[in-house]
Design a protein around this ligand. Structure first.
Ligand code: NAP
Ligand code: MG
Length: 481
């Protein structure tokens, strides 16, 4: 188990010091103090990792599916065996409440279980042809998959970034976010301990513009999965385009809860609140917009504020309802959005007060911006904090115009008791996932996940992800006359 103050890369089954002997600090966001030092990966470290992954691929791609499955399932169990340790580390590193971190551990384990369950069952198809032919497809792995992830859910996103490609015979080099790398290093250690061959799972830590950029540029990488901001995503996709490799882009969102007057508000309001305060709003699929039918506006806003008031803020390891944001930079960014909304005359509403002992941390009170116009910044831009923008509608058509009125399209939720209406709207939403009378469902491991528009392309999670981590070979046989 990791306990050192300096964390090295994990390359080719070993802890590897950075070639340049450069290190950088990672912080505890609740107290603003240095937690540990991480290896600052450079192109030379990335090169070592990619070449190790490439060597491992020559064997791993032909390893029987059942052997891969067994290792993935062992990994799922070992993650659960270490649940408390992993949850504490995730909570400390990211600031998220301990119970959310425990859920993240469960979901991380579930990814390995899910993909372990299918590793020996995922294949091609036979295609009927006229004449004396047998035609079939093989689904073959791509090679070395680069996985670049953000800081908000390192365990969950790291787990799916490893489990899915590895299940179908690829090898992985993962670059975690500089703010929160510790638990992905733990995943690499656990992979090694349960018996994954050296080089199948590698983690190189470092800065995006150094280690991340070198990984995307590396000519032996065959696929990039990028989870992060639109801005960096554009850059990564352009770079991958240079050597014509596929990418899966999981970018941001501006996901709405659409609440009709017929909805069961007793059920809807707590879920609406959870969808925006979970992980202090730093979730790509956060319910950051609330689109509510005009005649229930006052009731819904009052209900949301009442729940905001009851939320307890505090350091993640004390298991509050809402933890700090990841960094002082992120806090300043969120407060900047609120200032702009306030200056432009929108009602910026908070309930309760921030306890004075939390002033040193990166805390932001859950906030509702009422009656925000469709073209306003709080409605159009991803804030990545506990801030929900409220708009109202009178007709179904207006609700759809608002819901589809941003460039994003990751998740939407419809709250109504009218079944026909629910499905009618689900069809018309520009959104990769639609929930009806719920928001999220467990970790959503089984469901295809990805966006429309600026939210990205390609899909992670579920069986769908495996289609992206394989390429199809068609084999056609003349069977004689
Ligand atoms: P980010 O700045 O885009 O960073 C994401 C990752 O890319 C980090 O590991 C980062 O490294 C790395 N990176 C930065 N510059 C790079 C470059 N030039 N080449 C290669 N890699 C580079 O995003 P973030 O601020 O960490 O995360 C927040 C964003 O992620 C939000 O916009 C959110 O919506 C999105 N997100 C999306 C999903 C989804 O599934 N759709 C899930 C979670 C988050 P450093 O950390 O060292 O900069
Ligand atoms: Mg940290």
């Amino acid at each position: 188990m990791l306990s050192q103050q300096r964390y090295r890369h994990f390359i080719d089954g070993e802890w590897a010091a950075p070639d340049t002997d450069s290190w950088f600090p990672t912080y505890d966001p609740a107290r603003g103090v240095v937690l540990a030092e991480l290896a600052r990966g450079a192109a030379v470290d990335v090169d070592r990792a990619v070449l190790a992954a490439e060597r491992a691929f020559t064997i791993w791609q032909y390893t029987d599916g059942i052997e891969r499955a067994r290792l993935l399932l062992k990994m799922a169990h070992k993650i659960l065996d270490e649940k408390e340790h992993l949850a504490r580390l995730e909570s400390l590193d990211t600031g998220k409440p301990l119970s959310q971190a425990r859920t993240d551990v469960d979901v991380a384990s579930r990814y390995f279980e899910f993909y372990g369950g299918i590793a020996d069952k995922f294949g091609g198809e036979t295609i009927p042809l006229p004449g004396p032919y047998l035609d079939y497809t093989l689904r073959e792995p791509l090679g070395v998959c680069a996985v670049i992830i953000p800081w908000n859910y390192p365990l969950q996103i790291g787990a799916r970034g490893i489990a899915a490609p590895v299940a179908v015979g690829n090898t992985v080099v993962l670059k975690p976010a500089e703010e929160a790398s510790l638990t992905t290093l733990e995943l690499a250690r656990i992979a090694d301990e349960v018996g994954f061959p050296p080089g199948v799972v590698n983690v190189v830590t470092g800065l995006g513009e150094e280690a991340g950029a070198a990984l995307v540029r590396h000519h032996r990488v065959s696929h990039v999965t990028f989870t992060g901001s639109v801005e960096v995503g554009r850059h990564v996709a352009a770079e991958a385009g240079q050597h014509v490799i596929p990418v899966t882009m999981e970018l941001g969102g501006k996901s709405p809860n659409i609440v009709f007057a017929s909805a069961d508000l007793q059920r809807a309001i707590p879920v609406v609140v959870r969808s925006i305060v979970q992980n202090a709003g730093q979730t790509c699929s956060a319910g950051s917009r609330l689109i509510v039918e005009e005649r229930i506006h006052d009731e819904v806003v009052a209900g949301v504020l009442e729940r905001f008031k009851a939320l307890r803020l505090g350091p993640g390891v004390e298991d509050p309802d809402v933890g700090p944001l990841i960094s002082d930079r992120q806090k300043a960014r969120v407060l900047g959005f609120l200032e702009t909304a306030d200056k432009s005359g929108q009602a910026v509403l908070q309930a309760g007060e921030l306890p004075s002992d939390l002033a040193q941390g990166n805390f932001v009170l859950p906030t509702l911006v009422d009656r925000a116009p469709l073209d306003s910044q709080v409605v159009q831009e991803e804030i990545f904090g506990p801030v929900v923008a409220v708009s109202t509608f009178r007709t179904e058509e207006e609700a759809l115009t608002l819901a589809n009125g941003t460039q994003y399209g990751l998740v939407s939720a419809i709250w109504t008791r009218d079944v026909g209406q629910a499905h009618r709207i689900a069809r018309q939403l520009k959104s990769g996932q639609v929930f009806i009378n719920t928001y999220g469902a467990g970790g959503g491991v089984e469901m295809p996940f990805g966006g429309y528009g600026l939210s990205g392309y390609g899909r992670e999670k579920g069986v769908e992800a495996l289609r992206h981590y394989t390429q199809v070979k068609n084999v056609c046989v003349h069977t004689g006359v």
